[in-house]
Design a protein around this ligand. Structure first.
Ligand code: MN
Length: 240
């Protein structure tokens, strides 16, 4: 049996190809899996579980079908969809998981995280993260009318695009020191994350031992998935 990991699908009604591919993935490949993990940014935006957009309901229904087949589905918050809540869990059958999370995978302990918290050189983003992850801010935001939340989310997206266009390449990547510190804190030698949209397997030495950082890819132009079973792992590009 295989455990599957995906992240950074950024599903959005305005760009339906990724969603169609993901629904196909859920109905085929994922059905054979032991479990499916979505490590953040399943959706491009999530302004509250009460959002009634049909497109989101369709994605949740696809996830619910998978759960109904007996495949557990775990979803981590990303920096886009950190407002996924209990209503999403009910609609999708998926379970929200903490970031970071330690899992046992075929005899190995692996640390899972979305990855944005590791981009410590991006001070402006880390300040913003501190604000929007605070329960008080979230309560106030979720109490706003849907139309207002939609408009604010759209503004946040263009702000984010401007920030990314001007920020240094290196600032947008994870900071090696932050990676080492996170792995040391959990006493692991394997980390899986997304967020940076730079799929790769990085091998390095951590305190004299072999260590590995697996980065999942985004789904904008093609799918990306990490398949892990007793024989090992494969980071795959899923052509569209
Ligand atoms: Mn992200």
């Amino acid at each position: 049996m295989t455990t599957l990991f995906v992240s950074d699908l950024h599903l959005d009604a305005a760009a339906p190809a990724a969603g169609a591919q993901f629904l196909h993935f859920l109905a085929t490949r994922a059905r054979e899996a032991e479990a499916l993990y979505v490590l953040g940014d399943l959706f491009e935006t999530w302004i509250g579980d009460d959002d009634d957009e049909a497109y989101r309901a369709g994605i949740c229904a696809g996830l619910a079908d998978l759960s109904a087949q007996g495949v557990p589905c775990y979803v981590m918050h990303g920096n886009r969809d950190f407002l996924l809540g209990r209503g999403f869990e009910t609609a999708s059958g998926a379970r929200l998981i903490a970031d970071p999370l330690l899992v046992r995978l075929y005899g190995q302990t692996v640390l899972l995280t979305h990855g944005d918290a590791l981009c410590t050189a991006d001070h402006a983003y880390q300040r913003l993260r501190g604000v929007v992850r605070a329960p008080r801010w979230q309560q106030r935001f979720l109490a706003l009318p849907l139309a207002v939340r939609r408009a604010l989310a759209e503004r946040a997206r263009s702000g984010s695009r401007r920030h990314m266009a001007h920020a240094d390449e290196q600032i947008m990547d994870v900071d090696p020191q932050a990676v080492h510190a996170a792995m040391r804190a959990c006493a692991v030698h394997c980390l899986v994350h997304g967020h940076t949209h730079r799929p790769a397997v990085h091998e390095f030495s951590l305190d004299g031992a072999a260590a590995r950082r697996i980065v999942l890819g985004a789904w904008h132009d093609a799918g990306s998935c990490l398949a892990w079973d007793a024989a090992g792992f494969r980071l795959e590009r899923l052509s569209r």
